[in-house]
Design a protein around this ligand. Structure first.
Ligand SMILES: [Zn+2]
Length: 269
């Protein structure tokens, strides 16, 4: 029988905390390190519906990608959702661990999994950290029209209301790709991104996207593809679950099927 502490050791070997960004807060959020664990569920976000689903399944430990607690809190009162979720977990004797940017920056991290899922062969990371990994991926795909590439991405991702949005000419041929699973607008200014035909990421806002595309017209005309943050990172959970199971094969490990993308529908005029 594994304990929470055993799983922390395995997690540290797979996704070292030293690989996390300085602002991040991965690690054990709640739970007793000596508690025994037989069932582990992976999910992107701790939400009311995803936590309920995990507890009904009998999870002893939940691994989320996004940390439930990132910044200081002064209360875990149960009329606040974070307090309510933590209290439910504690009452159910279920531990919670976050694997966030430490799971992004490894060689089988979120962006690498996204790249391989959409037919992009990774060549380098966009940023580099002290462990030899980094955020985002530069890679290549066989020449394809931007429109067909976007269609391929849409069919590879789980369904979401936002779908796939593209800035660029539909019929233009692309082959070099930069991408970042999750919110990647901080990498828009990286010179490596401007050297590719298209940048794929999530949560792109008007000004950063517009300014990037206006500037791109003076260079390689790098297109933008905006995808669901949840969908992009949900892809990674299967890989992460398989890797943990490889170290601790006695665990029963599952991946949450609950969609925690916050958008429910879109109206296109
Ligand atoms: Zn994320």
């Amino acid at each position: 029988m594994s304990t929470v502490a055993d799983i922390r050791v395995a997690i540290e070997s797979l996704w070292p905390q030293a690989g996390a960004e300085s602002w991040d807060a991965p690690g054990l959020v709640c739970g007793n390190p000596s508690a025994s664990v037989s069932r582990v569920m992976f999910m992107v976000d701790a939400t009311e519906s995803s936590i309920r689903d995990a507890l009904e399944w009998g999870a002893d430990l939940i691994v989320t990608h996004h940390p439930l607690l990132m910044r200081g809190v002064t209360t875990v009162a149960e009329d606040l959702y974070k307090g309510s979720l933590l209290t439910q977990l504690i009452r159910a004797n279920c531990a919670l661990i976050a694997v966030h940017t430490n799971g992004d920056s490894v060689s089988t991290g979120t962006s690498v999994v996204l790249a391989r899922t959409i037919g992009v062969e990774p060549r380098a990371t966009i940023t580099q950290n002290a462990l030899g990994g980094g955020m985002g991926i530069i890679g290549d795909t066989a020449p394809v029209s931007l429109g067909d590439f976007a269609r391929r991405i849409a069919s590879a991702l789980p369904n979401t209301a936002g779908g796939v949005r593209v800035s660029g000419e539909f019929s233009r041929t692309i082959s070099s790709v930069s991408l970042c699973a999750g919110a990647g607008d901080s990498l828009l200014s990286d010179p490596a991104v401007a050297q590719t035909d298209v940048y794929v990421t999530s949560d792109l806002r008007h000004h950063p996207a517009s300014e990037f595309r206006e500037q791109a017209a003076h260079g390689r005309d790098t297109a933008l593809i905006d995808i669901s943050h949840w969908a992009a990172e949900w892809l990674w959970l299967d890989t992460a679950a398989r890797e943990l199971g490889g170290i601790l094969p006695s665990l029963e490990i599952s991946v949450s099927e609950i969609r925690t993308d916050p958008w429910d529908f879109a109206v296109i005029n």
